[in-house]
Write a protein that binds this ligand. Structure first.
Ligand code: NAD
Length: 464
């Protein structure tokens, strides 16, 4: 395993990146395109090794690793290279007021400078390299601080990324709290943080000292509403799939279900049926099921299940033993307000189900809680879709499926309120790292038309 970056080296990295940025090297379109293609090559040529890192760090099945983490980093930087000229602009703007319509104006989108990307353990590849392709596309230099909880991935990227993209512009910082704390003392031109809300507050306070702009990609409890018009079997299958991926350790995992009372028995039956179909020999015996990342998270999940007042329908067992940390997908019903399962983000394979009378009660329930990253609705009723959309707040709103939003290239992805701010994926990733610069070129020939603005003032200057 690679050593953590020595603290004095963090300052050197920062200085080197700043020097590179000042040199202008990262700005030309063709240079950015080349780095983006090289990043895609890094992911493609190392796909097996990357999947193996995730198996070692997270017990992640290879299919999930390739589909959710490697494929986007092969495809999106290549697509970004194609789109980049259009994203960069400049965008011509025609002024219309009589006094300025002869000015030559445009909006430029220059890079912000040297940026810091701080990523978590749960989708460690895509959550590090997705902001990175945004930063490369924007023409920035970047330091990547990966999570200490994914040592294999972190060591791999630290050792191999520089074989593909320019190490004078892109560097990896390995470490835990002392290393990131040092990095946060320095002045960055943007910080892109993905992780939990507690640490986000530390990052935001550090950024405030330098007035550094931030993107905060956070999590929280993403609720699912199922109404009585939904296709119950398909709904159960799609919700369960969203929950079992990476053992529920996904920022957009369906956290809990609010189901209309009338359909609860059918919905429970459908969950049971799909659970058996996904894992005929039990999830803990399956190669299609991830493990829990750390002992601390494992203990937290066990504690939640021990404390719940709800009834376990299936699951509820775990696999002890050195480094195993298997936790069965667990459906808990009859969960009432005040239960610990409804308080903190679960971030694991426990699915609580709460019965509600109707959509109004579900909306009321959500209104009392933090704004989620994603709100899911399963319904066949267009009026219900409109009603939930109009009366709730969430970063993303998905109807009749789960988890897939992170696979869509063309929509903004991000949170609101407690689930964070800023957006990512493709163009939205790029936009974090540029700023819009209005450029105006005023013709000398216009001078006669400015006469009224200069002292000594006359009544002519009062004309509106
Ligand atoms: P984590 O523990 O790996 O922490 C994330 C990063 O913060 C790491 O690089 C870590 O070193 C750093 N960090 C930890 N303590 C710090 C401190 N005191 N000061 C500065 N930096 C510190 O990951 P996590 O936070 O457990 O990640 C899971 C959370 O991330 C969940 O809440 C999940 O919902 C959220 N998440 C959000 C998204 C999204 O796109 N919105 C994606 C994935 C995960």
């Amino acid at each position: 395993m690679a050593d953590y970056t020595p603290i004095p080296e963090i300052l050197n990295i920062h200085n080197e990146l700043r020097k590179t940025f000042r040199s202008g090297k990262t700005k030309p379109l063709e240079w950015r395109r080349h780095q983006l293609r090289q990043l895609a090559r890094f992911a493609k040529e190392n796909a097996d090794a990357l999947a193996e890192c995730l198996r070692l760090d997270l017990g992640r099945p290879k299919q999930e690793a390739i589909m959710a983490e490697v494929a986007p980093i092969v495809n999106r930087p290549l697509a970004a290279a194609e789109k980049l000229e259009e994203w960069m602009g400049p965008e011509a703007v025609t002024l219309t007021a009589p006094w300025n319509k002869t000015f030559k104006t445009r909006v430029e989108r220059p890079p912000k400078g040297v940026v810091l990307i701080i990523s978590p353990w749960n989708y460690p590849i895509v959550l590090t390299l997705q902001p990175l392709y945004g930063a490369i596309a924007a023409g920035c230099c970047a330091a990547l601080k990966t999570s200490e909880f994914t040592p294999h991935w972190s060591a791999f990227v630290a050792q191999n990324l520089s074989k593909y993209i320019d190490p004078s512009a892109y560097r990896v910082i390995l470490g835990a709290v002392p290393e990131i704390t040092k990095a946060l003392e320095l002045k960055w031109d943007h910080i892109f943080y993905t992780g939990n809300g507690r640490v986000a507050r530390i990052i935001a306070a550090a950024a405030a000292k330098h007035l550094t702009p931030l993107t905060l990609e956070l999590g929280g409890k993403s609720p699912v509403i199922v109404d009585s018009t939904a296709d119950i079997s398909i709904s159960a299958k799609r919700i369960l799939w969203g929950k079992i991926n990476n053992s529920g350790q996904i920022c957009v995992a369906p956290d809990y279900v609010l189901a209309e009372k009338a359909i609860v028995p059918q919905l429970i039956e459908a969950f049971k049926q799909h659970y058996r179909a996904f894992y005929p020999d039990g999830a803990l015996n399956s190669n299609s099921f991830s493990r829990i990342v750390s002992d601390a998270h494992f203990e937290r999940l066990k504690g939640l299940l021990k404390r719940t007042n709800g009834k376990i329908v299936f699951g509820g067992k775990w696999e002890e033993g050195e480094g195993k940390r298997g936790f069965e997908p667990t459906l808990v019903v009859d969960v009432k307000e005040g239960d610990a399962l409804l308080e903190e983000e679960l971030f694991g394979p426990i699915l609580p189900l709460v019965a509600v009378e109707n959509l109004d009660e579900a909306i009321e329930f959500l209104g009392d809680r933090d704004h989620p990253l994603t709100l899911y609705l399963f319904s066949n009723d267009e009026e219900a879709k409109k009603k939930v959309l109009a009366n709730t707040t969430s970063g993303n709103f998905w109807i009749n499926d789960t988890f897939q939003q992170v696979g869509i290239d063309d929509l903004p992805f991000g949170g609101v309120g407690e689930s964070g701010y800023g957006r990512q994926i493709m163009r939205y990733s790029f936009e974090n790292f540029i700023y819009e610069r209005g450029v105006v070129d005023v013709p000398f020939e216009d001078e006669p038309s400015f006469a009224a603005r200069y002292p000594p003032y006359t009544d002519e200057s009062l004309a509106i």
